[in-house]
Design a protein around this ligand. Structure first.
Ligand code: NI
Length: 214
């Protein structure tokens, strides 16, 4: 597969063994490399982008969308939304919505609160903005242990059907782990779904998700 192969497709995660790979904090210097790796393997993922990075690299956001990935909102400045005022939460999210829309012509329907920090205010504002809150079920701590082998092992051992996996495409060691992660999970029969494909009709604004519940 080459770039721009994001044609619609149908995955039924009620019947198939799905996992959703997600990448936070980008775009970063290695995001282009990651996009090539994913395209070559026919794998789609979900990117929770920091708004100011998206605004600085709109071509990468366009490429993510063109390749069939899903782009979600990770706030404008990687803010701790659970400790912020409603006005700050709204402005952090809205600025990022606009940056993604300006870059790629699509408006995100997913957000991931930085640090997983959320509260009732964040729930209310995300509901108002039409954003579902996407947390995770597998965290390989790739920001802490910058070692591709360790990250691969933790992701592969931690994954169960329907799980959302948290990684960061700003770390070269994480990007380098992706081919081995894909190979190992494919060997176990996993299908790589985007978060909307994984959650399907369960997806609702304001609600919080870590996995698909059967
Ligand atoms: Ni983050």
């Amino acid at each position: 597969m080459t770039a721009g192969t994001g044609a619609p497709r149908h995955i039924d995660c009620a019947k198939q063994k799905c996992v959703a790979l997600t990448f936070d904090d980008g775009p970063g210097p290695k995001t282009g490399t990651l996009l090539r790796m994913l395209a070559e393997r026919g794998v789609r993922a979900t990117f929770f982008v920091v708004g100011r990075n998206a605004a600085a690299q709109p071509a990468v956001i366009r490429r993510e969308i063109a390749d069939g990935h899903v782009v979600g909102n990770h706030s404008w400045s990687h803010a701790d939304l659970g400790r912020a005022s409603a006005a700050t939460v709204r402005s952090e999210l809205l600025r990022t919505q606009r940056a993604v829309r300006r870059a790629a012509g699509v408006t995100p329907v997913l957000m991931r609160p930085p640090y997983g920090s959320t509260d009732r205010t964040v729930a209310a504002v995300t509901r108002e903005l039409g954003l579902a809150q996407i947390l995770w079920a597998v965290d390989p701590l790739d920001w802490k242990d910058r070692n591709s082998g360790i990250v691969t092992r933790r992701v592969v051992r931690g994954t169960k059907p329907g799980y959302i996996v948290l990684m960061h495409d700003i770390h070269p060691t994480t990007v380098a782990a992706v081919p081995a992660i894909i190979r190992a999970l494919k060997a176990k029969g996993y299908v790589f779904a985007t978060v909307p494909e994984l959650l399907g009709t369960h997806l609702k604004p304001g609600h919080r998700y870590t996995m698909r519940k059967h």
